[in-house]
Write a protein that binds this ligand. Structure first.
Ligand code: DC
Length: 220
């Protein structure tokens, strides 16, 4: 079984998919992490604005996901890059690298290979539309820009930091615009996807809602 979960940034899709995969004892394929590995390598080699070089990096990418207590660690070769791929710099860089056609073409095979072994939740932006168009279930996981900004605000408050709420809403809207309007594999809501709007749901309710969709469809 393959469950494709697509949706915009910052809706909490990754954490919910991770938790649901754990509860069902399924595999999780976080495709954003694959793009982040390409961006990190390209950034470290100083070629992150060169689509041909980024494509070569994607083609040669030796990525591994290793389950551990906290979820999943990500390795490039023998190097644990779990933290390095989540830094602010890598996030800025991946937003430039992920739209490159050369990169996307190379990563298709890797994603299909990694996603096909067992029951897997595959999460990203173009999973239902491009990577696994025949997925057993397609979910479009979303939340309003306002709700996503509120979640971000709470994360900052929990760390004792302050951020300007209106500024966060603006950033989220800008990022949405880029993801929905890019030329290569834009974020789209597939016609056969079930929309899961989590604007009014907390984390546990979001997990329950996704679990229910999977259970109803797959009988697990
Ligand atoms: O989900 P994330 O924030 O880790 O994704 C990192 C970047 O990769 C983000 O710019 C969106 C992009 N991405 C993509 O274009 N296609 C995917 N299937 C997954 C992520």
């Amino acid at each position: 079984m393959i469950i494709a979960v697509d949706g915009p940034s910052g809706a909490g899709k990754s954490s919910v998919c991770r938790e649901v995969a754990k509860r069902l004892n399924w595999s999780l394929l976080d495709t954003g992490a694959i793009y982040r590995c390409v961006a990190l390598t390209a950034m470290e080699k100083g070629v992150d604005t060169d689509p041909a070089e980024c494509g070569k990096i994607a083609q040669a990418l030796d990525i591994r996901f290793v389950a551990d207590k906290s979820g999943q660690k990500v390795f490039i070769g023998e190097r644990d890059v779990s933290k390095d791929i989540r830094t602010f710099e890598t996030t800025q860089c991946v937003n430039r690298v992920a739209p490159m056609a050369e990169v996307r073409a190379q990563l298709l095979d890797i994603q299909r290979r990694l996603g096909q072994s067992t029951n897997t939740i595959v999460e990203g932006r173009d999973i239902g539309s491009v990577v696994f168009p025949n997925a057993d279930l397609k979910v479009f996981y979303t939340a309003s820009a306002h709700a996503r900004a509120m979640r971000r605000l709470k994360e900052f408050q929990a760390k004792g930091e302050t951020i300007d709420f209106e500024e966060v809403v603006k950033q989220i809207q800008l990022r949405d615009e880029t993801e929905y309007n890019r030329k290569e594999s834009p974020l789209i809501q597939c016609e056969d996807a079930i929309v899961l709007d989590t604007s009014d749901l907390d984390f546990e309710q979001s997990c329950q809602a996704l679990m229910k969709l999977i259970q109803d469809k797959c009988g697990v």
